[in-house]
Ligand binder design. Structure first.
Ligand code: UD1
Length: 352
C-alpha cells in the first residue's frame, strides 16, 4: 500500500493574533497553508486562536515571542526554518501613542523587522510580505494615489516606521540575493469575519472610527466625535478608503502566491490595497445606520492633529498583477463590524 503525503507549505505570520493577522491566518489556512503565529500578545488575546480554530478546524502553532528579543527570535525561527515565507504584521500602530513615545515605536517596529530579515537570511526563508500603510503618502497632492505617488514626510513616528520599514527591506534585498519581498500599503481596514468569531479588538477607548461607531451603537461610548467638519470635501468631513478586513487578508494570499510561484517582475514590489472609493466620515456613519438600523449619536468637533483631508487608492496594479480586487461593500463592512462587536460583548460586558 502506498501513502500519499501532502506536506503543507509553512508560513510564519508575525503579529498573527492581531486584527489583520488573524483574518489573514484564516485565509491562509483555508488556502491550504500551515500557519505558525508569532505574537507577543501586547495588543491581542490568546483566545484569538480559538476563533481561528473554530472557523477553520485548525489550531495554528503559536509561539509567544517578542521579536525585539534577538536570541529568542533566532531560536524560534530556527525551529521553523522549513517555512517558505514570512508575513510581517507585528508592529505598534497607534498614531497618537507614537507621537508620545517615538523611541518605543522606532525600537519596536524597526528592530523587530531587522531581526526578522536577519532570520530570513540565516535560515534561507525566501519570501516576505510587509504590512505597510497608505500613511506613507501623507497628504497627497493628487487623488487617487498610485504606487508612483511620491511619499511625503511622515505625519507621525508610526508613519515613519512604515516608510523606514520599506527602505530597510529594499536595502536588505541588495545584501540577500535570495530574498523576494512585497509591501502591501493598506488603506483603512474595517469589518470582521462573517462568522463573527474574530474581529477588531482594540484595548481601551478605540482610536479608530469603526470600533468607535460600533461601541457607540451599543451604548458603551456615549457619543462619537467627528474630527473636523471644515475639510474641503462634499460634507466637510475627511475622506478615507475603507476596505473589508477579509478582502485585505485575501490580498496577502494573492501576494504570497505571486512570490511562491516566482511570477513577480521585480524582487521587490509594492501594491496599494484599497477599494479605490473614498467615503467621508458622515457617509460611513450613515452607511452604518442603514446597514444595522442603529442610529449613531455624534457631534462635530475640531480636527484631530495629524489627520489628512483625503486619501484613497488607485488599486489597479494589485487588480492586475495580484489578480485581486476588493469585493465587499461599505454596508457589509459596517454590518460585520457590528455583528462582531455584539457577539464579543455578549460574553464580555464591560469596556475598559
Ligand atoms: C490611521 C493611518 C493608518 C493607520 C491607522 C492605525 C493615515 C492616513 N492613516 O488611519 O495608516 O494604519 O491610523 O491606527 O495616517 N475619526 C473620527 N472620530 C473618531 C475616530 C476617527 O471622526 O472617533 C475620523 C478620523 O479623523 C479620520 C477617519 O475617521 O478622518 C478615519 O480615522 P481612523 O479610523 O482613526 O483611521 P486613520 O486615521 O485614517
Amino acid at each position: 500500500m502506498s501513502y500519499l503525503c501532502i506536506v503543507k507549505q509553512k508560513i510564519i505570520i508575525t503579529g498573527g493574533m492581531g486584527y489583520i493577522g488573524s483574518h489573514t491566518a484564516v485565509e491562509l489556512i483555508e488556502s491550504g497553508f500551515a500557519v505558525v503565529i508569532i505574537d507577543n500578545l501586547s495588543n491581542a488575546r490568546e483566545e484569538v486562536l480559538d476563533g481561528i480554530h473554530s472557523i477553520t478546524g485548525v489550531r495554528p502553532v503559536f509561539e509567544k515571542l517578542d521579536l525585539v528579543e534577538h536570541e529568542k527570535t533566532l531560536a524560534v525561527f530556527e525551529k521553523h526554518k522549513d517555512a517558505i515565507g514570512v508575513i510581517h504584521f507585528a508592529a505598534l500602530k497607534a498614531v497618537g501613542e507614537s507621537v508620545a513615545k517615538p523611541g518605543l515605536y522606532f525600537k519596536n517596529n524597526i528592530l523587530s523587522l531587522v531581526h526578522v530579515l536577519e532570520c530570513m537570511e540565516r535560515f534561507q526563508i525566501p519570501n516576505l510580505i510587509f504590512s505597510s500603510s497608505c500613511t506613507v503618502y501623507g497628504e497627497p497632492d493628487k487623488l487617487p494615489v498610485t504606487e508612483e505617488t511620491p511619499t511625503k514626510k511622515a505625519n507621525s513616528p508610526y508613519g515613519a516606521t512604515k516608510q523606514i520599514g520599506e527602505e530597510v527591506i529594499q536595502a536588505e534585498l541588495h545584501a540577500n540575493s535570495q530574498l523576494k519581498a512585497i509591501s502591501l500599503r493598506y488603506f483603512n481596514p474595517v469589518g470582521a469575519h462573517n462568522s463573527a468569531k474574530i474581529g477588531e479588538l482594540p484595548l481601551g477607548v478605540p482610536n479608530n472610527l469603526m470600533p468607535y461607531i460600533t461601541q457607540t451603537a451599543l451604548g458603551i461610548r456615549e457619543e462619537l466625535s467627528v474630527f473636523g467638519a471644515d475639510y474641503n470635501t462634499k460634507d466637510g468631513t475627511a475622506i478615507r478608503d475603507y476596505i473589508h478586513v477579509v478582502d485585505l487578508a485575501k490580498a496577502h494570499v494573492s501576494a504570497l502566491d505571486r512570490l511562491a510561484h516566482d511570477t513577480q517582475e521585480k524582487n521587490y514590489e509594492i501594491y496599494n490595497i484599497g477599494t479605490g472609493k473614498g467615503y467621508t466620515v458622515l457617509e460611513v456613519i450613515h452607511a452604518f445606520e442603514r446597514a444595522t438600523g442603529q442610529s449613531i449619536q455624534y457631534k462635530m468637533v475640531t480636527r484631530r492633529a495629524g489627520d489628512v483631508e483625503a486619501v484613497y487608492a488607485n488599486a489597479n496594479l494589485a487588480n492586475e498583477k495580484l489578480a485581486w480586487s476588493a469585493q465587499e461593500s461599505l454596508e457589509t463592512m459596517c454590518s460585520s463590524a457590528y455583528t462582531w462587536e455584539k457577539m464579543y460583548r455578549g460574553t464580555e460586558k464591560s469596556a475598559t
